[in-house]
Ligand binder design. Structure first.
Ligand SMILES: Nc1ncnc2c1ncn2[C@@H]1O[C@H](COP(=O)(O)OP(=O)(O)OP(=O)(O)O)[C@@H](O)[C@H]1O
Length: 934
């Protein structure tokens, strides 16, 4: 099957290839078709390439490498290795082989040696002898399939793979496994070298499908970029127009330069996904394959001529030269004739030399070579460049600029040098970058720590500054307070002195006053309030004793009540006297009633007197009150006058501040005085009202009294009437009625009188109280007045003293306040000091902690530096190929020549390498070891 039909809307067409493998194809079948011819070519000295191209996850690695451990699933590379070795072992015994392998990957546009991954940025060189090659790539000599497998395993272990949505183990790089098979004909000394490149390209991928992100996304971008560079190279090689092929656009195309349109037999395997999901990618892959298929390579055998061949070539060249010399001399002769102005007939002209035939004969090198027979190849330096090129293997893959060969060589050399420098610079850059990374990390860590400690430090500094300010403030305030206290102490001292003086004066004045007025009574020792209370109580008792209702008032009442009862009895017993005894008893009762009436009259008279006396008393009180009011007014005027005078004096003496204080005091005194005055006026008004009320009541009482007198008169007249008509029986009922009437009137009057009496008693008590209070206040005022009169001589002095005392009191208060403030400040200061001490301690602790941390960090840093240095040393050792460090790398560089004929490798086997002849038993004799033996 060579065609694949594509039934899609996008590309409903057919793609034709050399061979199409369906999904059922085995690894062996692929190998049989794709690798058989390649092995043959490589063994004959051609360069061969097999590379797999396709979408990610389409099976490139499966095809190229497969499962090495499984006979069924192992891919092309293991099968190729096995076949190459079996070919070697089956080759004629006169052929000696050496096999070198190298394994590299192009990752992120850097060539990484998979067998020595330390070398991860190797430069690409090109020279006329070796062609394009990777400089510094480790080439391992191998002598068996197993050794190659070991190498492959080692390389695969170092490959960079990652998991994507499309492939669990997606190759993130292009891997190139290279086998160089050199064979030497031990008979004629000729040799050939075939290079086999097995390339597993990284998969082209759509980022959206693979879900690549971060590093994988960067890798994907690089992979796609190098694959598009590959596409560009293939386009340039196949469009027939491009004069320039952009091999240098990517590392991949540069490495595969020989394989793409150069000296290589190349097989391209296109891997496609069978899923319609990947239709677009499959079409693009197939198109790539179609284009690549049209590339025409110019494969040449990489051969070195044997001495015999060289001898023949020399002989031939000499012959050619002599022919040419003859030809030249005949041309010179003809030219001489022409120069002399003569002419040479056309028939005598020197015939044209068949140069191409001459050269073609000497330079043709047949690419078809059978086993053991190397083709002849021209290699004389005298030959034209294109012949030399053919002999060298023809680097046709490198674009040939219109420059001379020397210039080209110089250019390549320069390019190589620059490539080396670039690689070195990149390596240096990377090491610097790594260092920078480490240092950045360290810096970040330190910055973090620094930031933290900086923050802490800032906070501490802030606190410290605050505390300093606080301390300064406290110290300042304390200083200020001390100063104020000192000044106050001074002022206080002065005031105390003044007070002392004044006290003395007061004592003197009091002594003189006491001498003038003796002590009035024992109550003087009591406080004024107590004394006042006591006096009030005493006066009240005295006054109320006169109006005690438990006295005669009760007796009179009793009498009235008894009369009432008797009257009631009289009513009951008011029967017309039937016997002379009854008439006599009625007469007695009438006499008694008469007596009682007389007594009642007396009582009423007494009450009238009492009322009069109360009225008189009230009048007296009224008068007294008026007098008192007058006195108070006079005292007020006098007091005002005195006060004004004193204030004026003080103002003159004390200045504005004093006048202010005096004004204050004055206003306060005025306020006090006004309020007192108002209260007194109120009281007076109240008293007036009460008095008016009492007068009204008294009027009423007098009306009632007169009514009572009138009824008494009536009672008397009715009594006399009763006396006059004591005998007639028919008048009993009339008398009875009159008696009843009288009794009712009396009871009513008695009730009224009772209520009035109670009311009067209450009023009397209130009035007494008021009177007592007024008396007391009058006494006090009198005392004050007397005092004022007594002390009128030293009033100004007293006023001043009082003023000074007040001032002193105020100053004492201020001093007290200041002392309190001072003590508070002292307390605050001591607290602040304690706080400061505590904070200082904390700062010291933190500083020491910081110091410790810094020391620790320095130690850690030193430790880290030492570790880094030792690691660098180790790395340097590994790079410089320290045999102890990399024994495998060292041993792998020893050539392991193989000889055809099925024998084992002979490296290091002294007894086997002794003989130089072509003995059949010594087919594996190493020419290298033989040379050493010589
Ligand atoms: N023909 C096949 N038969 C069986 N398994 C296969 C076949 N082709 C691919 N696979 C399996 O598919 C998976 C992906 O294949 P593989 O890794 O070879 O893809 P790839 O093209 O190399 O991908 P990438 O470009 O991402 O590296 C692997 O597990 C592989 O074994």
């Amino acid at each position: 099957m060579t065609n694949v039909k594509f039934e899609s809307k996008e590309y409903p067409g057919t793609f034709a290839f050399d061979r199409i493998f369906d999904w059922q194809t085995t690894q062996q079948q692929v190998f049989d078709y794709a690798a058989g011819a390649v092995i043959e070519d490589v063994m004959r000295g051609y360069n061969g390439t097999i590379f797999a191209y396709g979408q990610t996850g389409s099976g490139k690695t499966h095809t190229m490498m497969g499962d090495m451990e499984s006979d069924e699933w192992k891919g092309l590379t293991p099968r190729l290795v096995e076949t190459i070795f079996s070919t070697i072992f089956n080759a004629p015994s006169n052929l000696e082989f050496t096999v070198k392998v190298s394994y590299m990957e192009v990752y992120m546009e850097k060539i990484r040696d998979l067998l020595n991954p330390v070398n991860d940025n190797l430069p690409i060189h090109e020279d006329k002898k070796k062609g394009v090659y990777v400089k510094g790539l480790l080439e391992v000599f191998v002598g068996s399939v197993e050794e190659v497998y070991d190498v492959m395993r080692r390389g695969q272990g170092a490959r960079i793979v990652a998991s994507t949505n499309m492939n669990a183990e997606s190759s993130r790089s292009h891997s190139i496994f290279m086998m160089q098979i050199s064979l030497k004909n031990l008979v004629d000394g000729s040799s050939r070298t075939g290079k086999l490149y097995l390339v597993d390209l990284a998969g082209s991928e759509k980022v959206g499908k693979t879900g690549a992100a971060g590093q994988t996304l960067e890798e994907a971008k690089m992979i796609n970029r190098s694959l598009s560079a590959l596409g560009m190279v293939i386009n340039a090689l196949t469009d027939g127009k491009s004069s320039h092929v952009p091999y240098r656009d990517s590392k991949l195309t540069r490495i595969l330069q020989e394989s793409l349109g150069g000296n290589s037999r190349t097989t391209l395997i296109i891997n496609c996904s069978p899923s319609s999901f990947n239709e677009t990618e499959t079409i693009s892959t197939l198109r790539f394959g179609m284009r690549a298929k049209t590339i025409k390579n110019k494969a040449k055998i990489n051969a070195e001529l044997s001495p015999a061949e060289l001898k023949n070539l020399l002989k031939k060249a000499k012959h050619d030269i002599s022919q040419l010399q003859v030809y030249i001399s005949s041309l010179e002769n003809e030219a001489k004739i022409w120069r002399a102005g003569s002419s040479v007939p056309k028939s005598d002209w020197v015939p044209a030399l068949n140069v191409s035939g001459l050269i073609g004969e000497s330079a043709t090198a047949s690419p078809s070579a059978s086993n053991g027979n190397l083709p002849a190849a021209a290699s004389a330096s005298a030959l034209p460049p294109h012949i030399k090129e053919l002999i060298d293997g023809g680097r046709s893959s490198t674009p040939q600029p219109p420059i001379s060969q020397d210039e080209r060589d110089a250019f390549l050399q320069r390019e190589n040098e620059l490539g080396d420098q670039l690689a070195e610079a990149q390596a240096a850059l990377r090491s610097v970058q790594a260092k920078v990374d480490v240092l950045t990390e360290e810096l970040n860590f330190l910055k973090g720590r620094g930031g933290e400690s900086g923050e802490e430090n800032k906070t501490l500094q802030g606190t410290l500054a605050e505390l300093r300010v606080e301390l300064e403030k406290v110290a300042f305030e304390n200083k200020e307070s001390t100063i104020t206290i000192e000044s106050l102490k001074d002022a206080n001292g002065e005031l105390l002195k003044e007070v002392e003086t004044l006290k003395k004066q007061v004592v003197d004045a009091q002594a003189s006053a006491q001498a003038a007025t003796p002590v009035e009574d024992t109550a003087a020792s009591k406080t004024s309030a107590e004394e006042k209370e006591w006096r009030k109580r005493e006066k009240m008792e005295q006054m109320m004793a006169e109006f005690d209702p438990s006295g005669f008032m009760t007796d009179k009442e009793k009498q009235i009540r008894e009369t009432m009862i008797k009257l009631a009895h009289m009513k009951e017993n008011l029967q017309p006297p039937s016997t002379p005894e009854e008439i006599a008893s009625q007469h007695v009762a009438l006499i008694e009633a008469k007596t009682q009436l007389a007594q009642q009259d007396q009582t009423i008279d007494e009450l009238g007197h009492k009322i009069n006396s109360i009225q008189d008393e009230a009048n007296t009180f009224k008068k007294k009150k008026e007098e008192q009011e007058k006195k108070i007014a006079a005292l007020e005027a006098e007091y005002q006058e005195l006060l004004d005078k004193t204030i004026r004096d003080e103002e003159v003496q004390g200045g504005p501040q004093l006048s202010k204080t005096i004004q204050d005091i004055k206003s306060r005194l005025e306020a006090q005085f006004n309020s007192k005055r108002e209260t007194q006026l109120k009281e007076i008004l109240e008293l007036k009202e009460i008095l008016a009320k009492r007068e009204n009541e008294l009027g009423l009482l007098q009306v009632n009294f007169s009514a009572a007198q009138k009824s008494n008169e009536e009672l008397k007249s009715s009594l006399s009437a009763i006396k006059d008509s004591a005998n007639p029986t028919n008048e009993v009922s009339q008398k009875d009625e009159e008696l009843e009437k009288m009794r009712k009137t009396m009871a009513q009057q008695l009730g009224e009188f009772d209520a009035m009496k109670k009311k009067l008693m209450r009023d009397l008590q209130n009035r007494c109280e008021k009177v007592v209070e007024l008396e007391i206040s009058l006494d006090e005022t009198r005392d004050q007045y007397n005092n004022i009169l007594r002390n009128s001589n030293s009033r100004a002095q007293q006023q001043k003293m009082a003023f000074l005392e007040r001032n002193l009191e105020q100053l004492t208060n201020v001093q007290k306040q200041l002392v309190e403030q001072n003590s508070t400040l002292k307390k605050e200061f001591s607290v602040a000091e304690r706080k400061m001490a505590a904070r200082n301690e904390r700062i010291q602790n933190l500083e020491s902690l910081l110091h410790d941390t810094q020391t620790k960090l320095e130690l850690q840093n030193q430790k880290f530096e030492a570790q880094l240095a030792s690691m660098r040393e180790k790395l340097q050792e590994a790079r410089s190929g320290n045999p102890q460090a990399s024994s495998w790398l060292y041993s792998s560089r020893i050539a392991k020549p193989l000889r055809g004929g099925g024998a084992n490798p002979t490296a290091g086997e002294d007894e086997d390498v002794a003989s130089e002849d072509n003995d059949a038993f010594n087919k594996r004799q190493s020419w290298y070891v033989s040379l050493l033996k010589k």
